[in-house]
Design a protein around this ligand. Structure first.
Ligand code: NAP
Length: 278
């Protein structure tokens, strides 16, 4: 068994991005909108800021109180859409209940939607038109490619069908010519499905749910889960148990997580390059 070192791979990508940004005439810009004060959101936003500054991307945070009026956010998105120095705009999710998440996301110009969550970019993903794509799924494909895992022709099973991870990932794998099965809580025999997987992705939010009984000998196992338990962070895969059977496996932390932030930077540079190639 070999561990896929997401931290190391993401450092390599950041070094490549840094070299590319150095050659940019104007620094690419990333703007993040945060509403409320969730502890996890604060942590994710600081990680994004740190990584952006590390590669030389301008970072601006617009942080609103939960009591903010939705119109204020709408106006800020419109302002950022029209700002030529802003290449990427993202809204830190989840938003407090009173805000209309879907409406706000869809106000972001698709060419600046570095989280790949607008309906327009999702449509382009479904039709394989090289859109800006959701960062975690994009990071998973990049991890596999950089670990020299062949995707074409493989049986891929994804456990989880969220709009953020499972569904976009399904399309990315299809676009790479894999045969994809997506499982969820209504799947009648989960084990039967996962045992078919050459590449198994767990994106469930269920601590250590996937044990070796769910895994085919020699499978590649990607653990997207981030769960807090008494002993700290863990994934959806029972790492110690599954690593005996997997040929390659991502740890938590240090697997998929670091790639998500790095792909946000990559998408920002992609948006910058598209703008400047017009
Ligand atoms: P989510 O929106 O809660 O979706 C979870 C999915 O897993 C749902 O489709 C659900 O099925 C399915 N599921 C849950 N338990 C299951 C079970 N026992 N059997 C079969 N399917 C099951 O979660 P998410 O946003 O996709 O996130 C999933 C995990 O990834 C979380 O731990 C999250 O923290 C983590 N995450 C990590 C990153 C990263 O950067 N590493 C990024 C995003 C998310 P139903 O649809 O039927 O309910």
């Amino acid at each position: 068994m070999k561990i896929i070192d997401g931290k190391k791979i993401s450092e390599e990508i950041k070094a490549e991005l840094k070299a590319e940004v150095k050659n940019c005439f104007i620094k690419p810009g990333l703007s993040v909108i945060q509403i409320g004060n969730r502890e996890d959101s604060n942590k994710y936003v600081s990680a994004k800021q740190k990584a952006a500054l590390e590669v030389g991307i301008n970072f601006n945070l617009y942080h609103y109180d939960e009591t903010a009026d939705e119109r204020e956010i709408v106006n800020k998105i419109k302002e950022l859409n029209n700002d030529e120095y802003v290449d990427g705009i993202m809204i830190q999710l989840p938003l407090p209940d009173k805000f209309n998440e879907k409406k706000l996301i869809n106000l972001i110009l698709p060419s600046k939607d570095v989280d790949g969550l607008t309906d327009r970019n999702i449509g382009r993903l479904v039709t394989n038109k090289d859109p800006l794509t959701s960062c975690t799924p994009l990071g998973i494909i990049e991890l596999l490619k950089r670990s020299e895992v062949k995707i074409e022709g493989k049986n891929v099973v994804i456990v989880g069908r969220s709009n953020l991870v499972g569904k976009p990932l399904m399309h990315l794998f299809l676009n790479e010519n894999a045969t994809v099965t997506v499982c969820h809580t209504k799947t009648s025999d989960l084990k039967k499905m996962t045992l078919q997987a050459d590449i198994l992705v767990a994106a469930m939010g269920n601590p250590k749910f996937i044990t070796k009984d769910y895994v085919k000998e020699g499978a590649v196992v990607i653990d997207v889960g981030i769960n807090t338990i008494n002993s700290g962070l863990c994934g959806d895969v029972d790492f110690d148990n599954v690593s005996k059977k997997a040929s390659l496996i991502t740890p938590v932390p240090g697997g998929v997580g670091p790639m998500t932030v790095t792909m946000l930077l990559k998408n920002t540079l992609k948006s910058y390059n598209l703008k400047n190639s017009k």
